[in-house]
Design a protein around this ligand. Sequence first.
Ligand code: 3PG
Length: 212
Amino acid sequence: MLPEQQSQQTRALCQLAPVIPVLVVGDVAHAEGLATALVKGGLPVLEVTLRTSVALDVIREMAKVPGGHVGAGTVLTPDDAKRAKEAGASFAVSPGFTDRLAHACEDIGLPLLPGAVTASEVMRAMELGYSMLKFFPAEAAGGAKSLKSLLGPLPQVSFCPTGGVTPQNASEYLALPNVLCVGGSWVVSDVHLADKDWGAVEALARQACALA
Ligand code: 3PG
């Protein structure tokens, strides 16, 4: 799948809801309830980070939830991408960008949302055909102000800022024409996960939706 097609697909996903919850799930038993609550709350696009030993199993379970689009996050290597695709991930998110990862995603047909921050990083991704990027780490890299500055010279690129995005600053990002959605871990707290409090997760998802 060509990078242009990958970005077309990730762009469509980023337009489905204002927030992509970034999930770190350590218990497969949480997968179905969690994904169902988020989808019900209006957030159908989910990023499961490959940071726990059960992340691939979580993706496998979440991918069965109707109405959801489950991607793998923290995808760093071609092997990560391959395993994520096999588990049923419909897209991959990476904090950065490497040629090896881009080529792997091209070969296996997995839409990649790669990370970029500087104008040079964005231009490099553009050269290969990517036009939908993750802006990471968003707050530490200058936040909405930086993204606004990139809009002038690089208006053809859209972003999903992630890293330090909160309910308090999300609207500032979402108001920018080059931001389609934001990513963040705040929607799901460890406490709600531990308690399997899916009602609270659904309520937080609804609040996140209202940030648009
Ligand atoms: C991540 O990959 O951890 C995301 O950037 C989430 O960042 P956050 O925890 O600051 O929302």
